[in-house]
Design a protein around this ligand. Structure first.
Ligand code: NAP
Length: 295
């Protein structure tokens, strides 16, 4: 009998696939770069010589991002920014330009999400997730492009997405709809801005557990009993694997790739069962009782 062995483990964190100094002299602005996957992506750019600007709302996240970049001896600046607000986004770009010059790479990583049955979701929750994840991504991309078009310089945008952009995301209807918008936006912008030298790609993480996950998301993850054997790869992702993909997409070696969304998830999103397992409602999966309109 053939035992499953899963996909091999990646090289250790700290190794780089690209040559050292690939991003010397390049400023990389990462929204939400002080936590989780944004910090992991920023770290790989930092290892390759980039000056990093971390933009998000909370001081504690900005401080954590700064400390992580300094530990890698990278140049780093932080900017308090709410990506839902165009003026706040412009302020973050001003701060970046002042510190290191116009960012050559924008990583649109910031997003908001929590699991909820669609019928329980408040209108405000729906609007907030769409506003951060879709509208915020657009506002940052817009600011980046307007500054590059004015300067006549090329650049690269990476929009961090999620695979339920293709499949729908039961229990995450707001985030899935927003990420579908982000994927579609990536395709439009890549064509519109290609003539001006701006590459626009998407990057989709699979399951990458990390210590900064919100309690809601951690709670959802805890409902999956064994994270590794629930993946076709027989393992979850290691954060450096996502960072390597991001640095490749924005590197000189990825310049002809644009309008593409790269999924880094060990094929988890393409899973289908040979048999049809019984349907379990989102309410049941979340341990919620019957729907009551007033709850
Ligand atoms: P996370 O730790 O919850 O980070 C979200 C970041 O976004 C935080 O740093 C937060 O910083 C920032 N943010 C939220 N709202 C913002 C706003 N209005 N303005 C500016 N910044 C804001 O999330 P993560 O797990 O690292 O996920 C990062 C990206 O990967 C997201 O796009 C997510 O959808 C995607 N993703 C993650 C996974 C996974 O397994 N973790 C899977 C699929 C997709 P502040 O609170 O300081 O603003």
């Amino acid at each position: 009998m053939t035992e499953p062995i899963g996909l091999p483990a990646p090289p250790a964190a700290g190794e780089t696939a690209l040559r050292p100094g690939t991003f010397d002299g390049t400023c990389v602005l990462v929204t939400g770069g002080g936590t989780g996957l944004g910090k992991a992506i920023a770290s790989e750019f930092a290892r390759l010589g980039a000056a990093i600007v971390i933009a998000s709302r909370k001081d504690e996240h900005l401080d954590a991002g700064r400390a992580a970049m300094e530990a890698l001896q990278a140049s780093v600046a932080t900017a308090v920014c709410d990506i839902r607000d165009a003026d706040s986004v412009a302020g973050a770009f001003d701060a970046a330009e002042q510190a290191f010059g116009l960012p050559g790479v924008l990583v649109n990583n910031a997003a908001a999400n929590f699991p909820v049955p669609a019928e329980d979701m408040s209108p405000n929750a729906w609007r907030t997730v769409i506003d951060i994840t879709l509208n915020g991504t657009y506002l940052c991309a817009r600011e980046f492009a307007r500054r590059h078009l004015t300067a006549g310089t090329p650049g690269s945008i990476i929009n961090v997405g999620a695979s339920y952009a293709w499949t729908g995301g039961p229990g995450f209807a707001h985030s899935a709809a927003a990420k579908a918008g982000v994927k579609n936006l990536t395709e439009s912008l890549a064509v519109e801005w290609g003539p001006y030298g701006i590459q626009v790609n998407g990057l989709v993480p699979g399951l990458f557990p990390h210590e900064d996950m919100t309690d809601d998301i951690k709670g959802n993850l805890d409902r999956t009993s064994d994270k590794d054997s629930a993946q076709p790869a027989m393992r979850v992702g290691q954060r450096q694997e996502l960072g390597w993909a991001a640095t490749f997409l924005a590197s000189p070696y990825g310049r002809f790739i644009s309008g593409h969304t790269l999924v880094v998830d060990g094929a988890n999103w393409q899973r289908r069962s040979l048999t049809n397992p019984p349907v379990v409602t989102v309410r049941d999966q979340m341990g919620k009782g019957p729907f009551t309109p007033d709850a």
